[in-house]
Design a protein around this ligand. Structure first.
Ligand code: CTP
Length: 204
């Protein structure tokens, strides 16, 4: 299969040196790419800014912002059989990216950043997915299963991988894999590479 995988955070710049982002390390997405490659699939990895080596034999496309990730996704999803959306996409971006450094102190008063919503990448590309298989991720800190189910439906995914904030940055994670039929599989305190193998198995 031709499998497209997104990984890591996105960065939304405020000025040339400051940005909004999140704690995503990219490890889960990179483990998925390695696992898919090992199973003999053709893998393209769209990576946000992360410090990780590209798994052998995997095509990697680096992006910075959510909108850049969307542009690459639109182009590459066409030729894919499956998409795994492990990236932690920033939901909002500053309305303007300043050309010079933001001199907030000189402006006086309490500084604030005007934000606008980023597109929902998965929703945008999976809307007309046809036969292509889609795996979403959900990171929740409360009411995880209910929220993950709602996201899976709203984003037209076939499966969703629910994890918690403790998964961020580590080599191990606990996840619940959920499908549209209501099945659930819990994998507790597993290496991300092990979880990756199970997720790739869903697609095969
Ligand atoms: N996602 C996306 N585009 C966005 C935000 C999220 O494609 N702008 C994808 C993620 O890659 C993930 C899934 O949607 O596969 C769920 O992401 P999550 O951040 O948990 O969901 P959100 O819809 O952003 O909801 P929340 O308000 O909980 O952050």
């Amino acid at each position: 299969m031709r499998i497209l995988i997104t990984a890591g955070p996105t960065r939304e710049y405020i000025d040339p040196v400051r940005y909004l982002s999140n704690e995503s390390s990219g490890k889960m997405g990179f483990a998925l790419a390695a696992a898919a490659k090992r199973r003999g699939h053709q893998v393209t990895l769209i990576a946000g800014p992360v410090c990780l080596a590209t798994p052998k034999g995997v095509e990697r496309i680096d992006v910075v912002s959510a909108r850049e990730m969307l542009a690459v996704l639109r182009e590459r999803f066409k030729d894919s059989d499956a998409l795994i959306m492990a990236a932690a996409v920033a939901d909002f971006r500053p309305r303007r990216r300043l050309r010079g450094k933001w001199k907030a102190k000189e402006d006086g008063g309490d500084p604030s950043i005007d934000l606008v919503e980023n597109p929902d990448l998965l929703k945008t590309v999976a809307r007309r997915k046809g036969e292509r298989k889609v795996v979403a991720f959900a990171l929740e800190t409360s009411q995880g299963k209910r929220r993950a189910r709602a996201k899976m439906a709203a984003k037209n995914a076939d499966w969703i991988v629910l994890n918690g904030a403790e998964a961020l940055g580590g080599d191990r994670t606990s996840v619940t894999l959920m499908d549209r039929a209501g099945n659930e599989l819990e994998l507790l305190d597993r290496a991300k590479v092990q979880v990756a193998r199970v997720v790739i198995g869903l697609l095969e």
